[in-house]
Design a protein. Sequence first.
Length: 129
Amino acid sequence: MPPLRNKQEVKPTILIVEDHFATRWAAAEYLRRRGYKVLEAVNVTEALGLAAAGTQIEAVFSDVELGEEQGGHELAQWFGKHRPSVPVLLTSGADNPAPSPMNELRSFVRKPYDLTQVESSLRSMIERR
């Protein structure tokens, strides 16, 4: 007989970086309801503050355009250099978002997105790291 499981499966911590409150809130709430721990940042400065402090982050979901000089591409570059095992899923509703090299730890989903697609992409990226 298999052992009884008293604890739920522990899911990864996701950092969501989005300057639009309603968009960030919807993604964060969806992932929390699916069992993920979610951290939120409004901009790159807040996100890097969390990351540089050593906060546990298993994946990042970030808008490309964050209304400041630095955006999602710069954030992805920082993670690639300083925390290379952390995958970054970028998103944008722009017709031609600035290109960024994509690989197994960096991917893109266009807005408007389906939150089930976002979760699936994040999960796949985390599993491949």
